[in-house]
Design a binder for this molecule. Sequence first.
Ligand code: NAD
Ligand code: UDP
Ligand code: UDP
Length: 343
Amino acid sequence: FSVDPAARNPGRQFVAGKVPLGLKRKGLRVLVTGGAGFVGSHLVDRLVARGDSVIVVDNLFTGRKENVMHHFGNPNFEMIRHDVVEPILLEVDQIYHLACPASPVHYKYNPVKTIKTNVVGTLNMLGLAKRIGAKFLLTSTSEVYGDPLQHPQVETYWGNVNPIGVRSCYDEGKRTAETLTMDYHRGANLEVRIARIFNTYGPRMCIDDGRVVSNFVAQALRKEPLTVYGDGKQTRSFQYVSDLVEGLMRLMEGDHIGPFNLGNPGEFTMLELAKVVQDTIDPNARIEFRENTQDDPHKRKPDITKAKEQLGWEPKIALRDGLPLMVTDFRKRIFGDQDSAAT
Ligand code: NAD
Ligand code: UDP
Ligand code: UDP
């Protein structure tokens, strides 16, 4: 047994950083699993713009071809409809592993599938990374902190997670994915990175995905009441998607494994968020209270000191500046281009 992945795969032709003479490539070959989803598609845009060859692997459960369609026909872009729960053979230099439904409504829809995606899917992508010597980045989540007893959350906090609840398929799944990632790092010498992403919003979110920002924006645009769950005093911290993508790329290119919190420390109650949505879209939008979901975390706010110090990263876009950018996109998708031009 050798911990050097190259020594374990002597027949391999293409190894990151060890390209045979005469086969030098300009850009990197990058795999983005979940690349047809909300965050993944924005990441793909940045990678393609940088000159990389990008492969998206996505089963289109919550992703949409429309999110990446503008790259179809580009020889540096390829999309493979594939479920990461099944093994796959590819040759790339870097793997951004995002494949996993992120909205609670979506991940609770088929919890066993969510666990398989997080555990078997991540195992397969780690196995792939090991075989080809690729760098591997896991998109974990602030949900690994559960209903946190520490506030704000620092990466050293181990969390307060219910192992048998309705959110467990996701938060325990991601915790296991982090464990697998570190075990491949220690056991197979794999170069890994872990991001713990906090609530992120922006253009291309699924309109009816049940997440709070997409719900409120769609509701306000359709002149429906904003549905506030519980008393609306629970908090979240909302990050604009371009800030997240910048953080993910810095993490991949940097020297530190993490985990790193990637989120915007601006903390809002759901009632405060509703007010921002009212101010941005429709001051007359009504609020309707609904029963809250089980195990809903009471508060969430990232401590981003580590990312600031080690990645030189911090978010730049405040909620009041980012929300209008998302509203423009939602308006177009809900009412069509012509109507949105008129409003
Ligand atoms: P999303 O649902 O828009 O994207 C997920 C993508 O993964 C979709 O395109 C979906 O079709 C694909 N997918 C799901 N299961 C798959 C499978 N088994 N095989 C192949 N593809 C599969 O969600 P998102 O907001 O873009 O989230 C991306 C990643 O970031 C996820 O891993 C999520 O857990 C993580 N994350 C997101 C947030 C957030 O607020 N957006 C917060 C924390 C963590
Ligand atoms: N795997 C994959 N593509 C690869 C290499 C591995 O999908 O190019 C999958 C493989 O099918 C296995 C998982 O990754 O289920 C873990 O692979 P590893 O080699 O680490 O473990 P083993 O196959 O020895 O269990
Ligand atoms: N929420 C809400 N109204 C909605 C959807 C969600 O008040 O229409 C609340 C939900 O109870 C939670 C917060 O908003 O407290 C964030 O929920 P979301 O599903 O966006 O993400 P989470 O952080 O829970 O994964």
